[in-house]
Write a protein that binds this ligand. Structure first.
Ligand SMILES: Cc1ncc(C[n+]2csc(CCOP(=O)(O)OP(=O)(O)O)c2C)c(N)n1
Ligand SMILES: [Mg+2]
Length: 350
């Protein structure tokens, strides 16, 4: 059975006012600010990569509403367990922009999470972190904590065994876990239609006896409200949920990809019309006094914040190249010691 798509803000920027009456104006502007910040950071990072100032990274363009809408409902004590296309969610939760530049610039110190934040490390291994989210949820329950583990992964992760094991275990153990799937229609060059024979991802929840929801992932209000409702429920009642966010990857998979090789520009153009930022802007202009002038001021301010993060990133002293050997074994084996000595002999890398 195909679940109904939850949408409160349509492509033209018209909202179901009754449905969103509990979202304050302050929250709406916070969403708008973070979505724009994420896009500006993303575009800047892509341009740094092209100039050889950053490593490989994947664009989050088009997925800003999914990113911000899923992170805003989290409360202190909750856990966020991300994949690799969640910069916006990380910024919403307090990860500095500079740290994300460090990480994608190849400096592992950028993946360190400040002590006051409950965020798992970025997981590049597709789907592996869903099992971690379940473990975190079960641990919270055993400790009697009122918290939820929110994982985020892509449509491609639903073909991994880890996805199915995680949903099953969360259901059987009644773990407070909410699984977000950002269905951006592509797993590198693999289209959604070839990823699964089901029409939706949300319907897969039924096989594990958990609730599944399908949300317009380019509608920040619908994402926020749905994630809030089911993270609140998971905290109180230990009921897991699966939430599919229907969105689109407007950019390439990563900077090593060229999506024009495998997808039609007409389809991308269709999704451009459903852009999450422009529809929220239209809504705020029509209903909350947003103007061109305020817009220009905001973009100027956020661009300056991004520039500052770039300066901070480029001012960081290069990591000690031998650190890559140091955090794998409690006692370093002889062959790694040998390799480390060799690296020391080379001096500074890169
Ligand atoms: C276990 C595993 N297999 C393959 C890869 C290579 N890989 C990196 S991203 C990716 C596609 C992921 O697609 P999806 O889950 O939809 O996330 P998206 O990239 O669209 O955000 C693949 C196959 C990997 N990182 N891990
Ligand atoms: Mg995908």
């Amino acid at each position: 059975m195909k679940p109904k798509l939850i949408q409160y803000l349509d492509e033209t920027g018209k909202a179901d006012e009754k449905a969103i009456s509990d979202i304050t104006e302050e929250q709406m502007f916070k969403m708008y600010r973070l979505m724009n910040l994420t896009r500006l950071w993303n575009d800047k990072a892509l341009s740094l990569q092209r100039q050889g100032r950053l490593g490989t990274m994947g664009s989050v363009r088009g997925q800003e509403a999914s990113n911000i809408g899923m992170a805003m409902p989290l409360q202190s004590g909750d856990w966020f367990v991300p994949a690799f296309r969640e910069y916006g969610a990380l910024f919403t939760l307090g990860i500095p922009m500079k740290d994300q530049l460090m990480y994608w610039g190849g400096d592992e110190r950028g993946n360190r999470v400040p002590d006051n934040l409950r965020i798992a490390n970025i997981c590049i291994t597709v789907g592996a972190h869903l099992t971690h989210a379940v473990g975190i949820g079960i641990a919270a329950k055993i400790k009697g904590e009122k918290s939820v583990a929110l994982s985020s992964s892509g449509d491609g992760s639903t073909s991994q065994g880890d996805f199915h094991e995680s949903l099953n275990m969360a259901a059987v153990f009644k773990a407070p876990v909410v699984f977000i799937i950002q269905n951006n229609h592509w797993a590198i060059s693999m289209p959604f239609e070839k990823q699964t024979a089901t029409e939706t991802i949300a319907e897969k929840a039924a096989a594990y006896a958990i609730d599944g929801f399908r949300v317009d992932g380019n509608d920040v209000f619908a994402v926020y409200k749905t994630v809030k409702k089911y993270t609140d429920r998971a905290r109180e009642e230990h009921k897991p949920a699966l939430i599919e966010l229907v969105t689109y990857r407007l950019g390439d998979h990563t900077t090593s990809d060229d999506a024009t090789r495998y997808r039609k520009p007409e389809i991308v153009a269709e999704w451009e019309k459903r852009d999450p930022i422009s529809r929220l802007r239209a809504f705020l202009m029509n209903n909350h006094g947003w103007t061109e002038e305020k817009e220009n001021k905001l973009i100027e301010e956020l661009s300056a914040d991004v520039e500052k993060a770039v300066q901070e990133y480029e001012a960081v002293e290069q990591a000690d190249p031998t650190s890559m050997f140091k955090y794998i074994y409690s006692e370093m084996p002889w062959n790694l010691k040998e390799q480390m000595e060799e690296v020391k002999g080379i001096g500074q890398l890169g």
